[in-house]
Design a binder for this molecule. Structure first.
Ligand SMILES: [Zn+2]
Ligand SMILES: [Zn+2]
Length: 375
């Protein structure tokens, strides 16, 4: 993925202060808000709006900005680990602009980008961290798909206080227990009556009057959790399967992170995998090669018969259609490639030696032996 220049997108200098980032974002977000797009430029405006939001979400956050300065935008793309760019819901952002729910631009800015930046009034939500888990499976499991039990040690909602951090609460005086406060405000979009979460109780309507002893008031505890993960047939070495919402729990009701199960495939003692095909080598005798035969070869799920035509050279490869591995998310399969190797006996008894000598005297023995030994 090409590196995005977030500074250029927002038109700010590399060392720009957060306030400058905010200012630049405001200007651009108002300019490119999809609601203001001319009919023929809807798509373009929307893309631009997303780009601006992505850039601001990184540059407004010290930690992410540091990562970005060091690693570029690739640090935030893909299904990366903790701290990655966390898929903002742009339609949500757009509708907040539209409805003026956050009458005050500062509030809006902080609301959108506070998941990690802090300093916002009201409830600060934060998405839980992503977790990674490595698991090893056999080639047979690649063939059939598998269920794996996974044991995670992760942050979960405290069962004692149900994540509230306390057992006793008293009604918030600031908002009279409603959790909301109404304000009328002048905004970039006109005059709005705004209802926002009460800053005193963070929208809870009540404040804790004790502290949960189990979680120390954090509302979360580290706990072992058993999980069964389905691994689809056809996965490959190094693949990462995302299990949505099985990462660590978010803060203040923020969404949970995701779990990434990293697949390792054990080496097989018979088959070598090449993409979806399975390769193996089987020994045959020189009589089988010379005269032809039907042999039994192992497959990933059992056995299959393979016809060896008369006069087969050593190292000949036979393809057995659809006896390979399934192709992920399709009904297709790879093939099994069987290489035959003619085994020349190391020890011969007297009779066998005699027979071979006789064979050698026969005409056209040269081509016959050539066939036998693949020479
Ligand atoms: Zn607790
Ligand atoms: Zn309150």
């Amino acid at each position: 993925m090409a590196d995005k220049d977030y500074y250029r997108i927002l038109g700010v200098e590399k060392g720009a202060a957060r306030d400058e980032v905010k200012k630049a974002y405001k200007k651009l977000a108002m300019k490119y808000h999809p609601d203001r797009a001319p009919e023929d430029k809807k798509k373009e405006y929307e893309e631009k709006f997303k780009e601006i939001n992505e850039a601001a979400s990184v540059l407004a956050d010290n930690k992410k900005r540091q990562q970005y300065d060091q690693f570029g935008s690739s640090a935030f793309s893909g299904a990366g680990g903790a701290g990655g760019f966390q898929g903002y819901d742009y339609s949500d952002i757009m509708s907040q602009f539209r409805s003026g729910t956050f009458g005050d631009f500062d509030d809006l800015f902080e609301h959108i980008f506070s998941r990690s930046s802090g300093g916002r009034r009201g409830v600060r939500q934060r998405r839980g961290a992503d977790l990674g888990y490595e698991t090893e499976i056999t080639l047979e499991e690649v063939y059939s798909g598998a269920k794996k039990s996974i044991s995670l040690n992760k942050l979960e909602r405290c069962p004692d206080c149900e994540g509230k951090g306390a057992h006793e609460f008293e009604r918030c005086h600031h908002c009279a227990g409603s959790g909301y406060i109404k304000r009328t405000q002048r905004t970039p979009f006109g005059l709005f009556q705004q209802t926002g979460p009460c800053p005193a109780c963070q929208g809870q309507g009540a404040s804790p009057s004790d502290r949960c002893s189990k979680c120390g008031g954090e509302g979360v505890v580290r706990k072992r959790k058993e999980l069964e993960v389905s691994i689809p047939a056809g996965v490959e070495e190094g693949m990462r399967l995302r299990v949505r919402g099985e990462g660590e729990i978010g803060e203040n009701g923020g969404p949970s992170g995701d779990l990434y199960v990293i697949i390792h495939v054990k080496e097989h003692k018979v088959f070598v995998r090449k993409e979806h095909d399975l390769h193996l080598t089987v020994p045959i005798s020189f009589t089988q090669a010379a005269l032809g035969d039907e042999i039994e070869v192992p497959t990933i799920d059992g056995k299959a018969k393979l016809k060896i035509p008369a006069g087969t050279a050593s190292e000949t490869i036979f393809r057995m259609n659809n006896k390979g591995l399934p192709v992920l998310d399709t009904n297709e399969s790879g093939d099994e490639m069987v290489k035959v190797r003619i085994e020349v006996p190391k020890k011969l008894n007297k009779k066998q030696i005699e027979l071979i000598k006789q064979l050698d005297e026969e005409k056209p023995s040269v081509s016959f032996l050539k066939k036998m030994f693949g020479g």
